[in-house]
Design a protein around this ligand. Structure first.
Ligand code: PLP
Length: 438
């Protein structure tokens, strides 16, 4: 009898377990992306059969309300009919041409209209490619080598970005993973999130060497850590003052917290912005864009080389365009905010009634519950969360039909497909899960 059966209680996951056994023979860890393997909560992953609207259906016939949403993209819910139709329609015309199509301009136009700081856009295939390319562009534009990133911010898996910060103080980057040569990250400087003073110190130390500061304007890969008042503003001032570029990595927040992303909510204009997730509607897409004078350096218009066989893929463009068009309809973000508020209020009541000490953070349709006694304002504090309690809570929620990200350090997402009755169902499950995981 596996450990999993105990954790999952009366939930039957036998077919998932069989498929996982097979997958582990063929794929490292049985998965194609590490966090899917449930290492953060123990036990084995759930294998998905299909999804529809707010629901995921696993291979054992269990149904879950989905708060992972493929880690962000599925803001409309799964197989949203107009997106589904657009992809089917596009696929009839051919899967990929390696030649320009009108759809690429159409997606770029939608992004530029929603995010005014973006005057030109280059599509790639993932968020990783977007951040990697944006940093190459920043270095090309400034003729400088160093970059600043924040501890706990994830910008994809490019070598130079796989860096963990030292103990709260800004430090020189050391690689997070074997296989990343120290030379590759030696130009990556790190600071704690929400610590503008550390950034200022780095600029003082290297006044003419820093090409860019890259930041998640809401940190959504260490749970959910919003920027404190003045933090992003200060980054804008410092980068401008020292002639460096400010890059907002809005792969998660873009079209999630507002049509114009976090830059709309904060009225801060970055020089470059990275996108992914929602702009592909669930198909593999990333993009980077920004000021025209900077984007003009991108090949073939300029000398900074960056390319992609499948970039601007017609199916992906169709899914992205259909998704953005739906989000452009009036009232969508108000609806997301209402859903978020409804869920937050219910969760707060349950936390209070059960006497649970935890930190609930929410911005619009993203939230995270930290089993932590302190308000979480950076990675150092986030890491002190009670991950064992989180694991018990996760499995209890799963038993009640609620599929959450299998890690304390990931954000949960609300989709437009979640109706109030489903949110209420989630709150009821939450009350039970708090008791069971105590
Ligand atoms: C997901 C994510 C990435 C990486 O995108 P991939 O498509 O997984 O390569 C980069 N930055 C942020 C903020 C993300 O959330």
């Amino acid at each position: 009898m596996s450990k999993q059966s105990n954790i999952a209680g009366d939930l039957t996951l036998s077919r998932s377990h069989e498929l996982y056994e097979e997958a582990q023979q063929l794929l490292p860890g049985g998965v194609n992306s590490p966090v899917r393997a449930f290492r953060g909560v123990g036990g084995n992953p759930v294998f998905i059969d299909h999804a529809s609207g707010p629901y995921l259906y696993d291979v054992d016939g269990n149904r879950y309300l989905d708060y992972v949403q493929s880690w962000g993209p599925m803001i409309l819910g799964h197989t949203f009919p107009p997106v589904l139709e657009a992809v089917i329609e596009a696929s009839r015309n051919g899967f990929s041409f390696g030649a320009p199509t009108q759809a690429e301009s159409e997606l770029a136009r939608l992004v530029c209209e929603c995010v005014p700081s973006v005057q030109m856009l280059r599509c790639v295939n993932s968020g990783t490619e977007a951040t990697m390319s944006a940093l190459r562009l920043a270095r090309a534009y400034t003729g400088r080598s160093k970059i600043i990133k924040f501890s706990g911010c994830y910008h994809g898996h490019a070598d130079m970005l796989l860096v963990q910060a030292g103990s709260g103080v800004a430090t020189m980057g050391l690689p997070d993973s074997p296989g990343v040569p120290a030379e590759t990250t030696s130009n990556t400087l790190t600071a704690e999130y929400n610590d503008a003073q550390a950034v200022e110190q780095l600029f003082r130390t290297y006044p003419n060497e820093i090409a860019a500061v890259i930041v998640e304007p809401i940190a959504a890969n260490m749970g959910l850590v919003p920027p404190e008042t003045g933090f992003l503003e200060r980054l804008r001032e410092l980068t401008t003052h020292y002639g460096a570029l400010l890059i907002f990595d809005e792969v998660m927040t873009g079209f999630r917290v507002a049509l114009g992303g976090m830059q709309e909510r904060t009225a801060i204009t970055p020089d470059l912005t990275c996108f992914g997730k929602i702009i592909g509607g669930g198909l593999p897409v990333g993009a980077y864009g920004g000021r025209r004078d900077i984007m003009q350096l991108v090949a073939p218009l300029g000398p900074m080389y960056q390319a992609g066989t499948l970039s601007g893929n017609p199916l992906a463009m169709a899914a992205g365009i259909a998704t953005l068009r739906e989000l452009l309809k009036p009232g969508q973000y108000e609806r997301l905010e209402q859903k978020g508020r409804f869920l937050e209020e219910g969760m707060r009541r349950a936390l209070k009634d059960s006497g649970t000490i935890a930190q609930l953070r929410r911005v619009g349709a993203m939230f995270c519950l930290y089993f932590n006694t302190e308000p979480v304002k950076n990675y150092a504090i986030a890491k002190r969360s009670d991950t064992a309690r989180f694991a018990r809570y996760f499995w209890s929620m799963l038993q009640h039909g609620i599929y959450l990200p299998p890690s304390q350090f990931e954000a949960c997402f609300i989709s437009l497909a979640l109706e109030d009755t489903m949110l209420q169902e989630t709150i009821t499950a939450f009350e039970a899960a708090l008791r069971q995981s105590a």
